[in-house]
Write a protein that binds this ligand. Structure first.
Ligand code: ADP
Length: 482
């Protein structure tokens, strides 16, 4: 099975969130499962040039806005499968991955270039796996190309939704010069053009990143105006929970943390806790639980609840450590909380890169994810591996991957609350802290988490099944809107 994975971000090259972890890890896991997988992603200015092996070609011709620029493509062997990086500094040397008014244009170009590259890479892939709205353009273009070009006749597309809330909106008038005006109706969503919607319509199969989120996005509450489409295409929608790359997230081998630890030798975790307290300038009170959060600072992640419950969290006796970048209002809240309680609240505002995220996972006792919605969530799974107990809201992938601890049966790897409310969250935090003060029980909850298998091999096999379903299908067996 030859599979091209297209993504706007991928570890270890560039990352803003979970999409990057998933794109890198899935490419590796598919390869390990025997597929001929490879990744195509932009060459941003922040990509560590040490990861590149050299230029693969320097003359990729891309039809773009009436011209045919020739651009270089780099190759990297940083994963176990090849990664090709599209080098277009005009679009990708911006000091950031997203956030410019022409993002839709930048990623439409990326998609066009990626498809041009497929023709230079030998045999056509059986599956082009597109991720989130930046790759929606590729799904639409592949649908057209396979009707026009023999080369792509047997190529099918999977479109994965990592977060339905990001819809890649732009003015419909721009479709014309981007070369997509023929497909305007696929893009149109409430008077504007959406690269996400077009990607969903044009794909041969859809997936999203957890079974529960696959159900949630078919409801008006969580469908972001697209629930009708998700229901209409539900026979083609798979919910496949993300995994964890245990080569990267493993407390026994992690080179970023102060001391190694494992199920049978947990002493190192205490050293990691001490290291974490020092890093955040907090007093070395090792018996006080650390509650941590690492997330983009956006409404989705539940910061409104944390703001409402701030006093209660400290009253419960915990340290609070937050790493996050994003909305000003939440950064300001974190700053004022820290200023009011500098001995209890440690903060890092900004995108810290990988080492600090690993140090927090290793040193914290409790990991908080009070998300309003959460397609999959990765940190709760990283936490479990590091003996850090997740307290999460029962939504999306958080509900699928965390099982509530039940003292009667001694089963469960975390704590879950249902209503999106500060009191419900605080109750669960208090419950977790109660068990934290009973080391015999706490160690059992930690062990339940550390032995939970969230490895990628399970997910990779489910993706391979999905690819198999569409790859063999003849043109007319593949359900498509046109
Ligand atoms: P999302 O994809 O919605 O951002 P996930 O939980 O799926 O949420 O993945 C988030 C990933 O991004 C995790 O690997 C997390 O450690 C990382 N991350 C988020 N914010 C930061 C930050 N400010 N600094 C470092 N890593 C971060």
């Amino acid at each position: 099975m030859r599979v091209a994975i297209l993504s706007s971000e991928a570890v270890p090259f560039a990352k803003t969130g979970g999409l990057a972890d998933v794109s890198g890890a899935l490419t590796k896991a598919l390869h390990a499962a025997g597929a001929d997988s490879f990744l195509i992603t932009p060459l941003y200015d922040q990509v560590d040039r040490g990861l590149l092996s050299g230029t693969f070609i320097d003359d990729l011709e891309v039809e773009w806005r009436g011209k045919r620029p020739r651009i270089p493509v780099w190759i990297s062997e940083a994963l176990n499968a090849p990664t090709y990086l599209i080098d277009a500094p005009h679009y990708f040397a911006r000091g950031k991955i997203y956030g410019d008014v022409d993002d839709f244009e930048r990623f439409a170009f990326f998609c066009r270039a990626a498809i041009a590259l497929l023709r230079r890479l030998g045999d056509a892939p059986e599956v082009v796996h597109c991720n989130d709205w930046p790759c929606g353009f590729a799904t639409v273009e592949m649908r057209a190309r396979r009707q026009q070009e023999e080369f792509f006749a047997n190529t099918r597309t999977v479109f994965s939704i990592h977060n339905l809330a990001y819809q890649g909106l732009f003015k419909p008038a721009d479709l014309w010069w981007l070369g997509f005006s023929e497909y305007t109706s696929d893009f149109m969503l409430k008077g504007t053009a959406s690269a996400l919607k077009a990607g969903i319509i044009a794909a041969d199969a859809l997936s999203t990143v957890s079974p529960r989120y696959a159900r949630e996005i078919q409801t008006p509450e969580q469908g972001y105006g697209l629930d009708w489409l998700m229901r209409a295409r539900s026979d083609r929608l798979a919910g496949i929970a993300n995994g964890v790359d245990y080569e990267i997230w493993n407390p026994e081998t992690d080179t970023d943390i102060a001391a190694h630890f494992s199920l049978d030798a947990v002493a190192g975790k205490r050293e990691c806790k001490l290291d974490l307290l020092r890093r955040f300038g907090l007093p070395e009170e090792l018996d006080r639980p650390i509650i941590a959060i690492i997330s983009r600072l956006v409404g989705q992640k539940g910061y409104d609840l944390i703001r409402q419950a701030a006093g209660g969290i400290l009253d419960a006796g915990a340290f609070f450590i937050a790493l996050g970048a994003g909305a000003r209002e939440y950064e300001d809240f974190l700053q004022s909380w820290h200023d009011a309680a500098p001995n209890r609240v440690g903060i890092y505002k900004g995108y810290a890169g990988e080492p600090l995220a690993h140090q927090i996972e290793a040193g914290a006792d409790i990991f908080l994810m009070p998300s309003l919605f959460e397609p999959c969530g990765l940190n709760q799974m990283y936490s479990m591996r590091y003996g850090t107990v997740p307290v999460v809201r029962a939504t999306g992938g958080l509900d699928d991957t965390v099982q509530s601890y039940d003292v009667a049966t001694n089963k469960g790897n975390g704590f879950k609350f249902g209503p999106y409310s500060a009191p419900a969250m605080l109750d669960k935090i208090r419950e977790a802290i109660y068990f934290y003060t009973q080391p015999d029980i706490w160690v059992k909850i930690q062990r339940n988490g550390m032995t939970t298998d969230n490895s990628w091999s399970v997910a990779a096999n489910k993706y391979l099944e999905l690819y198999d379903e569409i790859a063999g299908a003849g043109q007319n067996q593949v359900q498509s809107s046109r």
